[in-house]
Design a protein around this ligand. Sequence first.
Ligand SMILES: [Zn+2]
Length: 287
Amino acid sequence: MQRKIRLGFHVSMQGSVANAAQEALSNGYGTFQMFVTNPRSWAIGEINGNDSLMFKELVRKSHAMPFAHASYLCNPSSPKDDIHRKTISSLKGNMENCARLGIRYLVIHIGSHLGAGHVAALRNSAETISHVIDTTSGVELLLENSAGYTNSFGSDFKEIAKIMDEIGREKVGVCLDTCHAYAYGYDIATAAGTAALMDEIEQAVGMRSVKLVHLNDSKYQLGSHLDRHWHIGKGHIGRQGFIDFFRNMRLKTDCFVMETPEDEYGDRESDMRAALSIIEETRLGRV
Ligand SMILES: [Zn+2]
């Protein structure tokens, strides 16, 4: 039987969380991602009961799989006490909003150690994440690989595996971002590069722990360490690179969310068309 994948975008919750689900429903997305509070503020926005009911109803109608992305200010790897405290409280708030909306997975960045080093980053991130997990329930955190910018932690899957070992393997999952992986230095634009990354994921964290893929092309070259998402097929991974990626990836998840830039009206449609035409050239189908 042909394997089918779900495609969608990071969508806006501006105005009401229900708008995010409505966008997914109107455009026929099989999956989507959204923020559940203002991503640039430490304060957690409250979600009222009516909005939450409407959101759930629209998700049910759409049959789409929803994901949330945590606020940008959160930095689980920070060695600073105040950021540590604020990160814990923000992640808890993000998770509570997810629970209210029936969203099972919250994607988080592992963050920056700000020069304190990898040993401190491992200790701080594991401690922060464990604390958050132990005081909330019903929502699972997904650790996202980073592009490897200065002082960042968690750009390779062996590092992510170390955090998971500290926290408890079964307690957290993983989100693979294709742009970040490529920018870090995994050459997923080639069959051999994707095969090598899949081997590493399998050995380090296990295929089943990857619950979501952020499907993004990369504006900059392999190993640039620059986190600049680009339109599908138009960046350095390229159309053929993505075809090779899909032919060689052995991930179990069927959820692929694009976080491509939306500068002009119609960017979404053209990225979706590009992704669909790539899928059509592989053995995969679309939900
Ligand atoms: Zn991402």
